[in-house]
Write a protein that binds this ligand. Structure first.
Ligand SMILES: Cc1cc2nc3c(=O)[nH]c(=O)nc-3n(C[C@H](O)[C@H](O)[C@H](O)COP(=O)(O)OP(=O)(O)OC[C@H]3O[C@@H](n4cnc5c(N)ncnc54)[C@H](O)[C@@H]3O)c2cc1C
Length: 397
């Protein structure tokens, strides 16, 4: 066939749909699981849809990715929310992001936070550090670093925390001393808002519904239960069984234990790619605060790092769920519904940009293209992944 698409998550599905929409029929999608959707799958738990990959929301800012998804699940089928997320910091429940809500802490604490922001390297114009942990102190000051950012990111990234670079931090808001001071004096939020300030969530289903519908339209083009392990870069064959003119890889490069006809540098570059795994654990109790969507827990004594209140965004449901880096799981909770995502966060280590650049450039010379969260090894959200697939489909056709 002309195109072989590896993985039926949002990237693979969008790629397949776009090929189909453009009249291309010679393609096949291969997927390990029994269902499509990848990290964006949902299944029924305790009477309502539960997202297997943890908290998933569609960014409300209009985008090509969002319009594409609305074609398969119209906007009328989604509820619109203004994000209400909280942080439990040293026993105080305050709004998120932390730098915009310091005014919600006791006055003596506010003074300490302000002093440390004033002393932060970024506010004193000292050079920007190149590793993530130093960058946090430099950018946000020691109080935000030690009370929130370092413990929270230790919980999320665990053993890779000290390997992370800073090139991906453009996503984080800037924190100026003046804005924080004004925010504390006027007792209101200042500064820019994080991603998903406003978002959509399906009215009656989980986030995975839109991808389930796409997979249904592509049902004769997806083979399930195919665990991909071998990729021959010379003739673009996979598992010694499928072959195509062009291969589009959306599965993690680290899954290719049998990577053939690739030089040593590429094997080495693949070895540099790191990821973390995530457990999603359901709880049956319902949050009585009718607004909060989720809470961040930096406290290292608590196993999980985020707690979601499902009933506050999937209206009519109950309960919620915890997100935990699997390296931190110490309790069994055998009765609870749980799901482990082996691949959750691609780690933005200092060495990653060079490693993925080498992999993608070598693979492209062999007409093998990498897209999506794992193909590009980037923290891409589903709408962005869809856009990358649309762009690649346009380029290849
Ligand atoms: C905790 C968390 C929260 C998130 N929140 C949001 C959010 O709020 N909004 C948002 O838009 N996005 C969010 N994302 C990102 C979103 O999950 C991704 O953008 C999206 O799933 C990426 O799609 P993908 O197809 O690139 O990768 P994936 O969804 O990971 O799909 C990859 C596919 O490849 C398959 N595969 C893997 N290995 C093999 C193998 N060996 N053989 C065959 N098939 C294989 C997998 O089964 C899967 O179907 C979040 C992610 C996480 C982890």
């Amino acid at each position: 066939m002309k195109f072989l698409i590896l993985g039926a998550g949002p990237a693979g599905l969008a790629m397949g749909m776009e090929l189909k929409n453009r009249g291309e029929d010679s393609f096949l999608i291969l997927e390990k699981e029994a269902e499509a959707g990848g990290l964006c799958r949902s299944e029924t738990v305790d009477g309502a849809q539960q997202d297997l990959g943890g908290g998933h929301f569609l960014d409300a800012r209009p985008s090509r990715g969002q319009s594409f998804l609305f074609r398969y699940m119209p906007k009328e089928e989604w509820n619109y929310f203004e994000r209400d997320s909280k942080i439990m910091v040293k026993g105080h429940l305050i709004g998120s992001p932390i730098e915009a809500h310091i005014w919600q802490l006791p006055t003596a604490e506010q003074v300490e936070y302000l002093k440390s922001i004033a002393r932060a390297g970024a506010n004193l114009d000292t050079p920007m550090p190149e590793n993530f942990v130093d960058w946090i102190y430099w950018k946000l000051g020691e109080r935000i670093a030690e009370d929130y950012m370092i413990p929270y990111n230790t919980k999320m990234f665990g053993k890779y925390l000290n390997d992370l670079g800073t090139y991906w931090l453009y996503k984080l808001p800037t924190v100026s001393f003046e804005d924080t001071l004004l925010s504390c004096l006027e007792r209101r939020m200042y500064g820019s808002q994080p991603a998903h300030t406003c978002f959509y969530y399906p009215k009656r289903y989980g986030f995975g519904e839109v991808f389930r519908r796409m997979a249904q339209e592509l049902s004769d083009k997806i083979e399930y239960g195919v665990d991909l392990k071998e990729l021959d870069c010379e003739n673009r064959s996979v598992n010694g069984q499928y072959q195509a003119d062009i291969v589009i890889n959306t599965i993690p490069w680290t899954e290719w234990t049998g990577l053939r006809n690739a030089p040593d540098e590429i094997h080495k570059a693949v070895g540099e790619l790191k990821y973390t795994s995530l457990q999603v654990r359901y709880f049956g109790w319902t949050n009585q605060d009718q607004k909060t969507h989720w809470t961040y827990f930096p406290d290292l004594e608590i196993e999980y790092h985020r707690e979601f209140y499902r009933s506050n965004f999937l209206l009519g449901s109950k309960g919620g769920y915890y997100e935990t880096n699997t390296d931190r799981i110490c309790s069994e909770h055998t009765d609870d519904w749980r799901y482990v995502n082996k691949y959750a966060y691609p780690c933005n280590t200092v060495k990653k940009p060079q490693a993925i650049k080498e992999i993608l450039s070598f693979m492209e010379s062999r007409r093998i293209f990498g897209i999506g969260r794992w193909g590009e090894w980037e923290h891409l959200n589903a709408d962005r992944v869809v856009e990358h697939a649309l762009d690649l489909a346009g380029r290849l056709l």
